[in-house]
Design a protein around this ligand. Structure first.
Ligand code: NAD
Length: 511
């Protein structure tokens, strides 16, 4: 807590720049402003207006946070805590999230404009990550391979990597942070989190819950601010040994390069241009819903968006006509309204980027069969809305089919055979996810193996679980989050040889 007893979130105090609520950073168990004393506005995509202030952190704040995380890692109650007790702390966080899901969801909707129903669903699911990894905390057992060194004892132990730097985007701010910090903390590490400058408030509220759960100071730190001013110094700090990043490929490449200079371990969850493939034998009405869920849910702002619809030529025209008809009925509007289907895009920059891609698709010769403009009806207020947009006659070499847009824009591409569908699906620099729709069991069994993507769904789309590894092939990233193996992403195996009789043979040869 701060000296006056307040926590990270509080109302305006005299002397602050504007009549907006302020949120604080959390460093070494204290709620604090940035070293510079500067603030950043966080805007509501539905109103287009600033609704809160977050501290504009810099390298000095990162320095304090990393030093605090390092101290907590090497000494003190966290460093000596039994894994079962770490697990119990994580379980307590799970309970607190469940009790505060509504508030966390409200903050996310205000920051990123995604539908309340979607964010509330995510918040209600979040406790599972802390329950699962909390349960795993005391089940990381060493191994004793049958070593071939006579008379020697050898065992493998798994040790936490140290201070983990977590850098996250705005689209699912807490979910994507929790995918990192739940296994990292369960493994005994400490963390410094740099949330997106566009969506930091829910994380600050989450860290209040960690404080209530009784986490020792320094174990979990949050520094808010811009990528260049806080993210870069976090990646470059020599005491940070592991970087866990979700975001775009431009930042991902910079982070990978900076981490390489110090040989840091990294995981990068990056973008995608995922195919959603509909075969002629698909259950058509369900496939239509699956295509909509892939690209128009969350206004297309998901890394796994099914932004390329591959349609078998025999059903192409009928399927497309039906899809357009259904999407014409989609209701745009206030993301808090339970009747809204499509909310705004999250930032003004994102709005401009999406509109640029719409123009580009038209120039490339794609045929716009739905939408294609900024949406500005009365239901959209002053928000950053784009009409759900569908382009037909797209070929897979067009930029609209190759580059990630991160908006409600669907490119439709025709195919004639399974071979062609697989070739088109895999013809992308990315490889995050792929959906396919078929009632043919042989095809359902055979094709997932042939798709070069980290996740394949058959007759489903946008399904994730704390139990299922998630991540990408190729330019969609490095490493996997979720599932049992993810905890090993935050552990270093160590080989220990113990020679009970200290007799060395020829010292000039390998023993
Ligand atoms: P972004 O890459 O612009 O920013 C992500 C985070 O990185 C932010 O916190 C930002 O401040 C920080 N950052 C930016 N430059 C940095 C630098 N040089 N060093 C350190 N940190 C830096 O991404 P975004 O616009 O917030 O999110 C959208 C992108 O995220 C999309 O490309 C999307 O595909 C991707 N994404 C991927 C997944 C996945 O799991 N694969 C999930 C969600 C989003």
């Amino acid at each position: 807590m701060t000296a006056d007893g307040s926590m990270g979130t509080e109302a305006l105090r005299p002397g602050q720049p504007q009549a907006l609520p302020t949120f604080k950073m959390h460093v070494d168990g204290e709620w604090c402003e940035s070293a510079s004393g500067q603030w950043l506005e966080t805007k509501n995509p539905y109103t287009g207006k600033a609704w809160a202030l977050i501290p504009r952190g810099n390298a000095d704040d990162i320095e304090r946070a990393v030093q605090a995380a390092h101290r907590a890692f090497v000494a003190g109650s966290w460093a000596s805590m039994h894994p079962s007790d770490r697990g119990l702390l994580l379980q307590r966080v799970a309970d607190l999230i469940a009790a505060n899901a509504e508030r966390l969801a409200e903050l996310e909707v205000r920051d990123n404009g995604k539908l309340k129903v979607e964010m509330l669903g995510q918040m209600r699911y979040l406790p599972r990550w802390f329950q699962y990894y909390g349960g795993l905390a005391d089940k990381i057992e060493g191994r004793m391979p049958p070593i071939d060194k006579k008379g020697m004892l050898h065992y493998v132990s798994y040790e936490p990597v140290g201070v983990v730097g977590a850098i996250t985007p705005w689209n699912s701010p807490l979910l994507l942070t929790v995918w990192k910090i739940a296994p990292a903390l369960a493994a005994g590490n400490t963390v410094v989190i740099k949330p997106s400058e566009f969506a930091s408030t829910s994380l600050i509220a989450l860290v209040e819950l960690f404080e209530q759960a009784g986490f020792p100071k320094g174990v979990i730190n949050v520094v808010t601010g811009l990528g260049a001013e806080t993210g870069e110094p976090l990646v470059e700090h020599p005491l940070v040994t592991r970087i866990a990043f979700t975001g775009g490929n431009i930042a991902g490449l910079r982070i990978y390069q900076a981490a390489a200079r110090q040989f840091k371990r990294v995981s990068l969850e990056l973008g995608g241009k995922s195919p959603n493939i509909v075969f002629a034998d698909a259950a058509i009405d369900e496939a239509i819903k699956g295509v909509i869920s892939g690209i128009f849910a969350a206004s297309g702002q998901t890394c796994m968006a099914g932004s390329r619809l591959l349609l078998h030529s025999s059903i192409h025209d009928a399927f497309l006509a039906r899809l357009v008809e259904v999407m014409r009925e989609a209701r745009l509007g206030d993301p808090n309204n339970p009747d809204t289907d499509v909310g705004p895009v999250a930032t003004e920059q994102q709005l401009e980027k999406v509109l640029r891609y719409i123009e580009l698709a038209k120039q490339e010769g794609a045929r716009c069969v739905l939408g294609g403009r900024r949406a500005d009806g009365p239901e959209c207020g002053d928000g950053w809305f784009v009409e759900p947009t569908i382009f037909a006659d797209v070929t897979n070499d067009m930029r609209i089919a190759r580059e990630e847009v991160f908006g409600p824009i669907l490119s439709v591409i025709k195919f004639d055979s399974d071979e062609e569908a697989v070739a088109l699906a895999n013809d992308t620099p990315f490889g995050l996810a792929a959906g396919l729709w078929t009632t043919d069991l042989a095809r359902a069994l055979a094709l997932p193996k042939r798709l070069r993507a980290g996740t394949a769904w058959v007759n489903a789309y946008r399904v994730v679980s704390y139990l299922a590894p998630f991540g990408g092939f190729n330019e969609s990233g490095i490493g996997r989050e979720n599932g049992y193996d993810a905890i090993y992403e935050y552990l270093e195996p160590k080989s220990v040889f113990i020679n009970p009789t200290p007799a060395i043979g020829n010292p000039f040869t390998l023993q």
